[in-house]
Design a protein around this ligand. Sequence first.
Ligand code: AMP
Length: 252
Amino acid sequence: MPETMYPEYFSVRMRAAEGKAHELGGKHISGGERLGNRLQLEVIATELLAKASNHSRGSADFIQLVVEKVPGEELQFIPPLDVSAIEVATVQEGHDKAKDQLAAAGVSERAIEHAFLILNHERNLRGAAIVNCETGERLDERGQKGVRVSRMDWTDCGHVADSVRVREALALATKVAQSPYTVAELCWSDDPDYVTGYVSSQQLGYVRISPLKRMGCESGGRVFFVHNDVDIDSYIDFLERKPVFIQGGESE
Ligand code: AMP
C-alpha cells in the first residue's frame, strides 16, 4: 500500500519535572505516552498536561510535550493481557508473591534480587531497567533515565480496566509482553500514594499485587526481564518506536 493509504497516527509524549528539566537535575514528576489520530491530538495533549499538573510527587515546573507522526504501515493491533489480582496483608507478603510469580515465569533468584534492589533505590528511574533473566545483569546503559516505552494506546474508550492508571499500565505491559525477548515485567509506582504493583508476562497475564510498597514511599520503577539471547538494540527500538494499539477486552 502507498503511504497515503494508511491512516495518520501520532505519538504524543509528555515528561514533567520539578526544579528544572530532567537532564539538568530536576526531580522527575510524571511522564506519559499516548497514540492517536489527528482529531484526538488536542484531547490527548490536554489529558497529558492534566496528568503532569496534578501529581502527588510534586509540582511540575518543566513540562515537555512531543508530537511525532508514526509510520502507519508499522501499526499493530493486539488484545490486552488478562488481568488478575492478589491482595495481601503486608508489603513483605506482596514481595513474596511477586517473587513467586517471577520465578514461575522463568526469572532466576539472582535476577529477581537485583530487580528489587533497583526498584527500592531512593534515586528513581524515569523509565525501565532491562535485566538479563538468568544472570541478573542490567543490559541497558541508560542509567537513571532507563528506557521509556512509548507509542502504545487503546483503540477506544472501552472500560476494560477500572482506572486510567490501570489502563495505561496494562497497555504498557501488553506491549512489553508482546516481544519474544521479554520473559516478565515487575513494576511498582513511584507515586507515594499508590501502593499496588504488578508482575506481567504473556503466560502470567497482568497480575496486580497489593500492596507492593508502603504508603508514602517514593521509590518505584519498572524492570523488564529478558532472555539471554536478547538483541538489546532491536529490543529497545521495539519498546521506544513500534506503534501498538491495544484493542478489545472483557467488556466487549
Ligand atoms: P507509573 O506507573 O507512571 O507510576 O510509573 C512507575 C515507574 O515506572 C516510573 O518511575 C518509571 O520508572 C517507570 N515507567 C513509567 N512509565 C514508563 C514507560 N512509559 N516506560 C518505561 N518505564 C516507565
